[in-house]
Ligand binder design. Structure first.
Ligand code: ARG
Length: 462
């Protein structure tokens, strides 16, 4: 028979070319479990409205259970002729229950309110999965910071040596960014906990169904849509989810880029674990940071998923348009890419070997203590403008002689400025420079300790 849900007024079936273009079963099968949950909730609300008898409801729910079992066992298969997974499962139900009973389920709902409800459910589940994977990465990074509490490294701006920082402080900066990503997912979930089921094709239902009870049944904590047109036509929740996943990708790619640099011969800050790096088919000496590179690469793909969806949504008139079917593949992809990337990325970070001697050797290099000289002068009452000039003069002399700041003699200091007494040496070392930055959020060991405690507490509630 004709499997189309809309065949009645059409003399001809769809052309092959249309069917090929229109079909979405090859990707929207992912919505099958949510479709079945939606159908159960819809059956119950039809029963509440006296549109299904007690016996019909019982048989309907049994039919849906059977369909679910057959789908999982692979004995019920959606085909291209079904168009989408929702028509496929409806066909499956009709085959199992007969048209008289099976045909009653479609009353008062449309694929327009179905798809967007089920899509919300899918994304809400994956927000939790991705949130959990982010927490695992944060745990690994906090562990990395904890294991190297007192290691100094060159802090950089413009990729140039700027000021020494604690390695832990640097790593925790990434944890802070990931905490905001996790928070974004939680806040998104709150906003998305509204069910469009019951909006029908666009105008609502005349059958006296109760959308609020469907919403509760499907776990939407904030009830059902206040506007059926908005319910069926809006996809800002999908765009927002695509942004959050793209931002996660971007944050991972920033860590990745650093790992790639740190792992070069020139930096030699870290060594990757064998299990989380790859070799070269031709160069036997190679040990490549492929996980970090894939993170960097996939972040571009995640950004593409976001911009592609936004371009699809732009200027779409209300209410549902078939363009909206293009919402699913990019979002499924964003979820699946992060879910395969994050565990590997966490493994890479958890097994990183840090070369503390190398980091510490470079921490004071490149005149990174020049600011400390200037700030020391300020504490002696010298105006910062003068202090900055004097410290700059020190750097100039060092550059001319090919030495570091702490190698200047007392005479050289005195010649540069009368304010530069030998006491300036107290700040010309990394540990003094670190310890002095002890106000909230600073890189002093005491401040980093506070930060670690706060992040750990945040990870527990997250
Ligand atoms: N599969 C479509 C989608 O994902 C839903 C089908 C709605 N079709 C329609 N003609 N109203 O958006």
């Amino acid at each position: 028979g004709d499997v189309r849900l809309w065949g009645a007024r059409f003399a001809d079936g769809p052309s092959e070319a249309l069917a090929a273009l229109s079909a979405s079963v090859h990707f929207d099968w992912r919505l099958a479990p949510y479709d079945l949950a939606g159908s159960r909730a819809h059956a119950r609300v039809l029963h509440k409205a006296n549109l299904l008898t007690d016996d019909e409801l019982t048989r309907m729910l049994a039919g849906l259970d059977q369909l679910e079992a057959d789908f999982e066992a692979g004995t019920f298969v959606a085909t291209v002729a079904d168009e989408d997974i929702h028509s496929a499962l409806e066909r499956g139900l009709l085959e199992r229950l007969g048209a008289n009973l099976g045909g009653k389920l479609r009353a008062g709902r449309s694929r327009n309110d179905q798809v967007t409800t089920l899509f919300r459910m899918y994304l809400r589940d994956h927000a939790r999965i991705i949130g959990g994977l982010i927490a695992d990465l944060q745990d690994a990074l906090v562990g990395l910071a904890d294991a190297h509490k007192d290691v100094a490294m060159p802090g950089r701006t413009h990729l140039q040596h700027a000021q020494p920082v604690l390695f832990a402080h640097h790593v925790l900066a990434h944890v802070q960014a990931l905490s905001r990503d996790a928070e974004r997912l939680r806040q998104w979930d709150e906003r998305t906990a509204v069910s469009p089921y019951g909006s029908g094709a666009l105008a609502g239902s005349s059958l006296g169904l109760d959308p609020e009870s469907v919403a509760a049944d499907l776990g939407f904590e904030h009830g059902s849509s206040g506007n059926s047109i908005d319910g069926t036509a809006s996809r800002d929740y999908a765009a927002e989810f695509a942004f959050i996943t793209a931002m996660i990708g971007i944050n991972l790619s920033r860590i990745a880029e650093e790992v790639i640099l740190w792992n070069t011969k020139e930096f030699s800050f870290v060594t990757l674990h064998d299990a989380f790096s790859t070799g070269s088919s031709i160069m036997p000496q190679k040990k490549n940071p492929d996980i970090a590179e894939l993170a960097r690469g996939k972040s571009g793909r995640l950004i593409g998923n976001l911009t592609g969806l936004m371009a699809t949504l732009k200027a779409l008139p209300l209410a549902y348009n078939r363009d909206l079917q293009e919402d699913k593949e990019p979002l499924f992809d964003s979820c699946e890419q992060l879910e395969v990337l994050l565990p590997a990325f966490t493994g890479m970070m958890a097994t990183l070997t840090v070369h503390r001697e190398r980091m510490e050797e470079l921490a004071p290099a490149g005149f990174s203590l020049a600011t400390d000289v200037a700030e020391w002068l300020v504490k002696q009452g010298v105006p910062f403008r003068v202090a900055h000039e004097v410290a700059g003069e020190c750097v100039k002399v060092c550059e001319q002689q090919g030495i570091e700041l702490d190698q200047l003699t007392d005479e050289q200091f005195a010649k540069i400025s009368e304010h530069l007494t030998p006491e300036v040496r107290t700040v010309l070392n990394v540990s003094g420079a670190l310890a002095s930055r002890s106000s909230r959020g600073g890189t002093a060991p005491s401040a980093v300790r506070v930060q670690t405690i706060e992040l750990k507490a945040n990870l527990i509630i997250q």
